[in-house]
Design a binder for this molecule. Structure first.
Ligand code: FAD
Ligand code: NAI
Length: 465
């Protein structure tokens, strides 16, 4: 009889956990994955990446019809919103993709243990009163919304909501205040702005999108303002009260000063996410979290407890689905005795607004701290495809080490920046010089030519500018 019920047991079936489970099974390990939701796929497929992109994509079409972009190409339409149908296609996308993971689990013989898992000891977890043992246990429990002290989120009521509530609003609010000018605030704020809401974003810092390159942050603010979003930067929310269907927010300058009030039909709280470790029984195995609530791991995703590893949003690093997925593959490979690799220096980040905002590697400020650099920029206005498509906003910026010419960072704002950033990431993974990109033949006319031209600008010689 086998020593354990399973070779590997994974807690959580988000992009980290489900990918780890499939990879472990592919590598011949007897694998179980515990998930308490009714469907697989975690935050990303159920209430994150996928439903938000479904609403972003649909609202982008609505906006193009409503704001005259279609008319400028000779298509005269007056759009009429059918919000129920828009939500319907969102739910369909989620259903198909979460069902797809269930199919993949069956196909690769991963056992789905339904319920909440908690540790009894380092090799045993309890799920709904039953115990299961495994040689290795991987914590992939993800993250959940950070609450704003004193502000109660009630997604059912639809007045003060988090991202999950904001994906499901049954009608377009007339006014919406978004607390937090990060990725969620800008993506979901964009959805409802496009569908007709007056959106105000209140951000504590002096710019949107912390962590991104400063030029990108400034340009993004300009573009969102042009689109009609009101931005209140360097402003903090000190309280939210709800009376009936209206919320009143008290805000004041971050540096202190006179308070003012804002009224809104809907308030979206989007001030970050925190790792899910509560109720996991970490105290039973002596595993502690760091000051940010994360589980610390080494290069093989091993925690301080033998036989227990962790991946995804619950460990340090960007809270992104593709980072969790790559860690899922790598952790399974380490467990199977192989070498699993994730290059944490090159995790691209994409904000799926219009235009999209993307970056990989170091910001200009980070690169400068390491030594002398060269920077090349190219505006989308001068890119023939973007110009032809009536998409003039944005630019590409390539940052290279001055002496070696090695590319250290690439940043873009462009309609398809999320797709463009893949080539930059791949080039950097291969240790590209900006000269390598500048002398790589790019198909014409494509938005990606802007990356080539920005690399040429690093050399001091773009053609179309
Ligand atoms: P999760 O996806 O959070 O999955 C963890 C799973 O573990 C959950 O299903 C949970 O139910 C389960 N679980 C937790 N505790 C237990 C337990 N004790 N027992 C059993 N099961 C448990 N990232 C991107 O890269 N691109 C995007 O476009 C993007 N859009 C997003 C939009 C929104 C609105 C949000 C909220 C997030 C978005 N993200 C995006 C972030 C992305 O969703 C996360 O980075 C990703 O889901 C993390 O994967 P994970 O596997 O670590 O955890
Ligand atoms: P975030 O960290 O991106 O942004 C939160 C913002 O809120 C920050 O700008 C912060 O300064 C601000 N803030 C914090 N407290 C505040 C306060 N009291 N008042 C005003 N502003 C305040 O977090 P967000 O947007 O909630 O997203 C959470 C995570 O989900 C992110 O880490 C992101 O990686 C992930 N995500 C990724 C997406 C993508 O890849 N496209 C899409 C959506 C989410």
């Amino acid at each position: 009889m086998a020593e354990h019920d399973f070779d590997v047991l994974i807690i959580g079936a988000g992009p980290g956990g489900y990918v780890a489970a499939i990879r472990a099974a592919q590598l011949g390990l007897k694998t179980a994955c515990v998930e308490s939701r009714a469907t697989l796929g975690g935050t990303c497929l159920n209430v994150g990446c996928i439903p938000s992109k479904a609403m972003l994509h649909a609202s982008e079409y609505f906006d193009a019809a409503a704001n005259g972009s279609m008319a400028s190409m000779g298509i005269d339409v007056t759009p009429k919103l059918n919000l129920d149908a828009m939500h319907g296609q969102r739910k369909d996308a989620v259903k198909q993709l979460t069902g797809g993971i269930e199919f993949l689990f069956k196909k690769s013989k991963v056992t789905w243990l339904k319920g909440l898992a908690s540790f009894k000891d380092a090799n045993t977890v309890e799920v709904d009163g039953k115990s299961y043992t495994a040689g290795e246990i991987v914590i992939a429990t993800g993250s959940s919304v950070t609450q704003l002290p004193g502000v109660e989120i009630d997604n059912d009521k639809g007045v003060v909501v988090d991202s999950t509530g904001a994906l499901e609003l049954p009608k377009v609010p007339k006014t919406m205040v978004v607390i937090g000018g990060g990725v969620i605030g800008l993506e979901l704020g964009s959805v409802w702005r496009r569908l007709g809401a007056e959106v105000t974003v209140v951000e504590y810092l002096d710019q949107l999108l912390p962590g991104m390159d400063d030029d990108i942050r400034k340009e993004a603010a300009k573009i969102f303002k042009k689109q009609g979003m009101e931005l209140k930067l360097s402003t903090k929310v000190t309280g939210v009260s709800v009376r009936g269907k209206t919320a009143t927010l008290t805000v004041e300058p971050a540096a202190g000063g006179d308070a003012e009030t804002l009224k809104a039909d809907c308030v979206l709280v989007a001030i970050g996410r925190k790792p899910n470790t509560e109720g996991l029984g970490l105290e039973n195995i002596g595993l502690e979290t760091n000051e940010r609530g994360q589980i610390e791991v080494d290069g093989q995703f091993r925690t301080s407890v033998d036989g227990v590893r962790a991946i995804g949003d619950v460990v340090p690093g960007p809270m992104l689905a593709h980072k969790a997925e790559d860690e899922g593959i790598a952790v399974a490979e380490w467990i199977a005795g192989q070498i699993g690799i994730v290059n944490h220096d090159l995790i691209p980040g994409v904000v799926y607004t219009w235009p999209e905002i993307a970056g990989v590697g170091l910001t200009e400020a980070q690169a400068k701290e390491k030594g002398p650099i060269k920077v090349g920029k190219f505006p989308m206005l001068a890119n023939s495809r973007a110009k032809t498509n009536h998409e003039p906003d944005g630019f590409v910026k390539v940052i290279a080490e001055a002496e070696s010419d090695k590319v250290l960072g690439v940043w873009c704002i462009a309609s398809v920046a999320g797709t463009m950033i893949a080539q930059a990431t791949q080039a950097m993974e291969f240790g590209a010089l900006s000269e390598d990109i500048a002398y790589t033949c790019h198909a014409h006319p494509t938005h990606s030519e802007a990356i080539k031209e920005a690399a040429m600008a690093v050399q001091g010689k773009p053609i179309h500018m």
